[in-house]
Design a protein around this ligand. Structure first.
Ligand code: SF4
Length: 415
């Protein structure tokens, strides 16, 4: 049985290594000037080269995104990126795919760099077999389907393509944030903050809490507030997609790649999301159910609440998060830190939240979750015993563990 690859987001080199270590088969990351998610999650050329070397060494795949819809002034950047791709080829560094949406960029890249496989980005909103055929006939290797495509439609697309003998890989999102608009086709952010969603700079205006007022026709100017709860109302905010419990269907529908959203999210997210989808996919392949440990691990990720998006039909009210917080706060767990150095049983951990002696932590390894109690710990910079540690500027603590751990492992704290 061919399993879809687990494709994880990587906003930087640390997240890339972490996602691979925690079980992702492949990662996607952005090229600085021509990628969506520009803010803080794209690579300059040295980083891209380093990323390709890491992927090669670890035997994993790496796809690069060039998926903005480009205005004329962005096409100058494209020329530079193409030159860089040519330079990289001379060093035998070739990405496993380039994610593109803009037909102009597609044409330019195909002509200039025919050795690179092209993947059509979800931004192109491909929703049917004919559209996949169209892209395949232009020499595209893979199509990332729109988030709006249902499970039934993916099966139909796969069958129609097969019947016509058209070979094109299919990729779709199985986890992560949704747009309340057609993916990326939204001007809210542009209108409210001058940050263009189609150039990767969305401010997520749809997630904000809004206050609503009623104005009665005969009482102009008298605004009557409409309260939903103390946090206002998030009338446009969609819940996050999560297909973790339905990966048997994902295997069955003939998808080649199961994609996780979130290049701008933390290294903690990269680790947890890669691990849970890796293990859940392997369990689904054997016809087994999710373990309680994996279900619990899923609750480690901050979320606005989960839905299955469009996979089982158009979402109704259950797919929206109208009220409450924005999902930035998790009441059960928080990110405790990342192990930076291991020396026998002594570990140095970069702190990501306030920690005190006696805190209950969990070491999340790529295979299991190991509970530990934080005993005496030291400031790794001067080896002095301290009572409390706070996150900030790479602050690192030193403590003893009896378990086998590795650099790059993440830990969570029980709240
Ligand atoms: S504001 Fe919301 S709906 Fe609009 S592009 Fe951004 S995430 Fe999508």
């Amino acid at each position: 049985m061919k399993l879809p690859e687990i494709l994880a987001p990587a906003g930087d080199l640390e997240k890339l290594k972490t996602a691979y270590m925690y079980g992702a088969d492949a990662c996607y990351m952005g090229m600085k000037s021509v990628s969506m998610r520009v803010k803080g999650s794209t690579m300059d050329i040295d980083e891209v080269e380093a990323a390709l070397k890491i992927a090669k060494k670890m035997g994993k795949k790496l796809y690069l995104t060039m998926n903005i819809y480009a205005h004329e002034n962005k096409m100058n950047f494209l020329e530079k990126e193409i030159e860089r791709l040519k330079e990289m080829k001379k060093k035998d560094l070739v990405p496993d795919g380039l994610l593109i949406s803009d037909p102009g960029i597609l044409m330019e890249v195909k002509e200039a760099c025919p050795w690179i496989d092209i993947h059509i980005s979800t931004q192109a909103n491909t929703l049917n077999a004919s559209a996949c055929e169209f892209w395949a006939k232009l020499g595209v290797k893979r199509v990332v389907l729109g988030r709006e495509v249902s499970l039934r439609e993916v099966k139909q697309i796969r069958e129609k393509l097969k019947a016509k003998g058209i070979e094109v890989e299919l990729e779709a999102f199985v986890h992560g944030a949704m747009c309340m608009a057609y993916s990326g086709r939204c001007l809210l952010s542009n209108f409210m903050t001058s940050r263009d969603a189609n150039e990767g700079m969305c401010a997520h205006s749809c997630r904000w809490n809004y206050k609503m007022y009623l104005e009665e026709e005969k009482r102009p100017g008298e605004f009557i507030p409409v309260y939903e709860d103390e946090a206002g109302t998030s009338i446009m905010s969609t819940k996050d997609m999560c297909m973790l419990e339905h990966l048997d269907d994902i295997i069955d529908c003939g998808l080649d790649s199961a994609k996780i959203e979130g290049r701008h999210k933390t290294v903690f997210y990269a680790a947890i999301a890669s691990r849970i989808y890796r293990q859940a996919m392997d369990l689904a392949a054997k016809g087994k159910k999710l373990t309680p440990e994996l279900l619990d691990l899923m609750e480690t990720i901050n979320t606005r609440g989960y839905s299955t998006g469009f996979w089982y039909g158009k979402p109704g009210a259950e797919g929206q998060k109208y009220t409450g917080d924005r999902g930035d706060y998790n009441e059960k767990y928080c990110f405790a830190g990342v192990i930076r150095k291991v020396d026998g049983k002594t570990v140095d951990m970069e702190v990501r939240n306030t920690l005190k002696q006696g805190d209950k932590l969990d070491i999340i390894t790529p295979k299991e979750t190991i509970p530990v109690k934080l005993g005496e710990f030291r400031n790794a910079a001067n080896d002095e015993i301290i009572e409390e540690a706070h996150a900030g500027q790479g602050f690192t603590i030193r403590f003893e563990v009896s378990e086998e751990v590795k650099e790059g492992y993440v830990l969570r704290k029980r709240l």
